[in-house]
Design a protein around this ligand. Structure first.
Ligand code: TXA
Ligand code: MG
Length: 329
């Protein structure tokens, strides 16, 4: 078989026709080049595995050109997953969903999940759109070889095995997509890529990396907002020395200050205004919000001593730091 390398609108037209005729066509994406065929046709899917020399137990990604093309391919689509899709598609990410019955089991290597990707590359999307079917595609290298990022790389591996390589120049990203499993409670990265755990955590709160670590930006949905803030500025003092220095410098400038301290430090306060939060952790915890509310009415600036990070005080400090916007003196 002769393998053509073509670019431009003609190449896309020809590629789409070949797909409709049940052939396998290599095409560019922003990550790496793919080796595509009709994902809904098991005969074509087996041609892809054969051209690549890929073991049948390694599933293929299904490529689409618009978001609504996901729906027929999946059996479940939650609100959370919709947010991930809307934020990152099109782009260098593959999302795993529970598969629907129309996806042949050879595409997913017998798994109950299907990997779906909408490339950012316009050539790729135009090709998929014109082909009129979802396109199953692994990277267009021969199995065990490096993924191709130019048409010539593809030619090295696929010469004589496929009829056409659509040339779209160099791949912009250059590594394969991030693979993210969306079927569990915590989305899990199976393959890292240009969409990072931090970017994903921004949208879903917590994400498990391919190494098993959990990356979180927002341990609970509300935690990312500035909560617990008094109506006057508040800072945390890392020790009594800093607290006294901050107090005196503000006072000198005519700012009405109140310090929040723990019992033992009362003797160091002299004539300065303060509230004793309590003699033990439980008291401190019980008093913190109430004290913040009371004193915001009678001062212009609050300085709270660092309460330490033992047991209960760790949780109190979590709130105090939020209230102070993380400002430490
Ligand atoms: O950037 C990319 O993802 C490129 C372009 C062409 O889209 N494609 C690509 O495909 O790298 P491939 O087949 O070389 O790598 C797909 C990876 C494999 O590690 C495969 O095991 C995994 O995704 N994968 C696909 N479907 C899966 C599924 N249902 N469950 C678990 N892993 C899956
Ligand atoms: Mg690959």
């Amino acid at each position: 078989m002769e393998t053509l390398i073509k670019s431009g609108a003609q190449a896309i037209e020809l590629g789409a026709e070949l797909i409709k005729a049940g052939e396998v066509v290599a095409f560019p994406t922003e990550t790496v080049y793919g080796l595509g065929g009709n994902a809904l046709d098991p005969t074509c899917v087996s041609k892809i595995y054969a051209a690549k020399g890929r073991p049948a137990d390694n599933p293929l990604i299904v490529h689409i050109s618009k978001i609504e093309d996901i729906y027929p391919l999946v059996s479940e689509f939650s609100e959370r997953n919709k947010r991930v899709v809307e934020k990152f598609m099109p782009g260098p990410i593959t999302l795993l969903f529970p598969k629907s019955d129309i996806v042949p089991s050879s595409v997913t290597a017998g798994l109950k999940t299907v990997g779906i990707r909408m490339p950012k590359s316009e050539i790729a999307r135009e090709f998929i759109e014109k082909a009129g079917v979802p396109i199953a595609a692994p990277s267009a290298n021969a199995s065990t070889r490096v993924s191709p990022t130019t048409a010539l790389h593809v030619y090295e591996d696929m010469k004589g095995r496929i009829p056409l390589i659509i040339d779209g120049g160099d791949s912009e990203v250059g590594i394969e997509s991030t693979v993210l499993d969306l079927t569990g409670d915590i989305p899990t990265i199976l393959r890292p890529g240009a969409i990072t755990p931090e970017m994903l955590a921004e949208v879903v709160g917590s994400v498990r990396t391919h190494k098993g670590e959990i990356i979180s930006t927002a341990p609970a949905p509300g935690m990312k907002y500035k909560h617990y803030a008094p109506t006057v500025p508040m800072v945390v003092a890392k020790d009594m020395e800093s607290l006294l220095a901050e107090y005196d410098s503000k006072s000198k400038n005519g700012v009405d200050v109140v310090a929040l301290i723990r019992g033992q430090a009362a003797g160091m306060m002299g004539s300065r205004r303060f509230v004793n939060l309590g003699e033990n952790d439980k008291e401190v915890c019980r008093n913190i919000y109430k004290t913040m509310r009371d004193i915001e009415k009678v001062c212009e600036y609050i300085i709270c001593i660092d309460l330490g990070d033992n047991g209960l005080c760790k949780s109190v400090m979590n709130r105090v730091l939020k209230a102070s916007g993380g400002k430490i003196v």
